[in-house]
Write a protein that binds this ligand. Structure first.
Ligand SMILES: Nc1ncnc2c1ncn2[C@@H]1O[C@H](COP(=O)(O)OP(=O)(O)O)[C@@H](O)[C@H]1O
Ligand SMILES: [Mg+2]
Length: 252
């Protein structure tokens, strides 16, 4: 197994003084689901936002360290951030469908990038919706407004919108936090399919979801990476007392 991403000594401090990442070192495997879990405020979202430079938009006092993706330090000022964000797609907690049809939602980014060929766009729509485990539910109504779908369906359409751009890495920040258990199951099933082709990094909405989905799991507490291991080891025999306490529900 190879590392798609290598995080080296990454620290980050927001302008208000909150230190949200402290000396993080981790390698993230290709074709696997890596879960970042732990209580609120641990730095999980901050780390995800570093991976596609979304933090460029926030007030940061200081940051240091490196993030290598395919051996290139993406924190380097010379990085082409647009290209990076295409390679590293992100799905957020609340689905934000655009006020247009299901089909148009999926191909929005591709069209922006200049793709005009209908055959290519149709292909992308079908492939992306299939990979997002929603094709069967929407294939007969692709021209209906995405906003009319249920929350769970909207979230999978948002995932399809990311996939249509053919990223290599997909970041998901609590993508099922507002969803019912059935929709949550469908998103989790989609991740199983997606990891065959992509590198997936998921911030789960619960320890249970972390345990169900993690090939690898990283436990974050107050900006520190406390423990990082294979999911099956982490959730059955954690090595650190803090990890065990959190998994057992003793705090959090
Ligand atoms: N935009 C921001 N500006 C200032 N502080 C922030 C910002 N985003 C997060 N933080 C702070 O950084 C720490 C880590 O937050 P976050 O990365 O959101 O953690 P998590 O996703 O694990 O809940 C927290 O103390 C939080 O208050
Ligand atoms: Mg968060």
């Amino acid at each position: 197994m190879t590392n798609k991403i290598i995080i080296e000594n990454l620290s980050l401090q927001y302008s208000d003084g909150a230190e949200s990442l402290r000396g993080i070192n981790m390698g993230i495997r290709k074709n696997a689901v890596t879960v970042l879990f732990g209580p609120a405020g641990g730095g999980k979202s901050t780390l995800l936002r570093c991976l596609n430079r979304l933090n460029d938009l926030t007030d940061i006092r200081a940051s240091s360290g490196r993030i290598l993706i395919d051996d290139e330090n993406i924190l380097d000022p010379k990085t082409d951030v647009i290209a990076l964000r295409r390679k590293v797609g992100m799905v957020f907690a609340r689905p934000v469908p655009l006020p247009m049809s299901i089909r148009e939602n999926v191909i929005y980014g591709l069209e922006l990038a200049g793709e005009k060929r209908k055959s290519k766009l149709d292909e992308a729509v079908e492939r992306s919706l299939k990979l997002s485990a929603i094709w069967d539910e929407v294939k007969d109504r692709l021209n209906d407004p995405a906003i009319a779908l249920s929350g769970g369906q909207q979230q999978r359409v948002c995932l399809a919108r990311v996939i249509a751009l053919q990223p290599e890495i997909i970041l998901l920040d609590e993508p099922t936090s507002g969803l019912d258990p059935i929709s949550t199951g469908k998103v989790e099933a989609a991740l199983l399919e997606l990891k065959k082709e992509y590198t997936i990094i998921l911030v789960p909405h619960s320890v249970q979801q972390a345990a169900r989905t993690a090939d690898y799991a990283a436990f974050f507490l107050q900006g520190e990476l406390i423990e990082y291991d294979e999911g099956k080891t982490m959730f059955t025999a954690p090595k650190q007392k803090k990890t065990e306490d959190y998994i057992m529900g003793r705090f959090g």
